[in-house]
Write a protein that binds this ligand. Structure first.
Ligand code: ADP
Ligand code: 5GP
Length: 189
């Protein structure tokens, strides 16, 4: 059986790593580049202040997300910190067939699923400098309760173990430097 994506022309980049490592910040700086398609995920979590439906996420109920997963409408899905997330199949496949460079910002479980389904995808791990810095950034982001932050930090420790399964590791210490490294990958430099 031909793995999914083998006949596509575009390239698929999975931007992944622990929550708070800077994935969203980095991706938002790159989606304005020509030929880039950003895959908007589905989530069962509630929108944060300022998040826009269809731009940051498509906010759906848990049941709808589960139904789409069962109907194979998602290329991957995972439960992260008590919420469901998934990548819709149709827009991603459409963008690849149009030759676009596709960016998905997902957790490590989803990244491993993408690697199986799209063996030619490039998996990029965004690594925080250390766990103390990660905690400070999660606190400064101001979007999670103290309890949720501790939950995300515990999760981050286990997520770091997946780093060796990735094609590239980018340390997000200096933001401009991390953005430049990912941009160079997208441009095939
Ligand atoms: P993720 O999408 O991986 O959960 P975010 O992009 O939301 O992470 O980043 C978490 C927080 O850290 C945000 O408040 C962001 O502004 C901040 N941040 C990201 N990268 C850096 C960096 N290199 N230096 C300092 N703060 C950063
Ligand atoms: P947040 O709730 O902070 O936006 O995201 C929590 C985690 O879920 C982050 O690591 C983020 O990358 C991940 N995530 C976002 N969308 C998806 C998705 O479609 N699939 C998977 N597997 N993870 C996702």
């Amino acid at each position: 059986m031909t793995p999914e994506g083998e006949n596509d022309h575009g390239r698929l980049f999975v931007i992944s790593g622990p929550s708070g490592s800077g994935k969203t910040t980095i991706v938002r700086r790159l989606i304005c580049l020509p030929g880039i398609f950003y895959s908007v995920s589905l989530t069962s979590r509630a929108p944060r202040p300022g998040e826009v439906e269809g731009h940051d996420y498509r906010f759906v109920c848990r049941e709808e997300l589960e139904k789409m997963a069962a109907g194979e409408e998602l290329v991957e899905q995972a439960e992260v910190a008590g919420n469901l997330y998934g990548t819709p199949r149709r827009p991603l496949e459409q963008a690849l067939s149009e030759g676009k460079t596709v960016l998905v910002d997902i957790d490590v479980q989803g990244a491993m699923q993408i690697k199986r389904a799209f063996p030619r995808a490039c998996l990029v791990f965004i690594k925080p400098p250390d766990l103390d810095t990660l905690e400070k950034r999660l606190r400064a982001r101001g979007t999670d309760s103290a309890e949720a932050i501790q939950r995300r930090l515990r999760l981050a420790e286990s997520e770091m173990e997946y780093m060796t399964d990735y094609d590239v590791v980018v340390e997000n210490d200096d933001l401009d430097g991390a953005v430049a490294q990912v941009e160079a990958l997208l441009k095939g430099m």
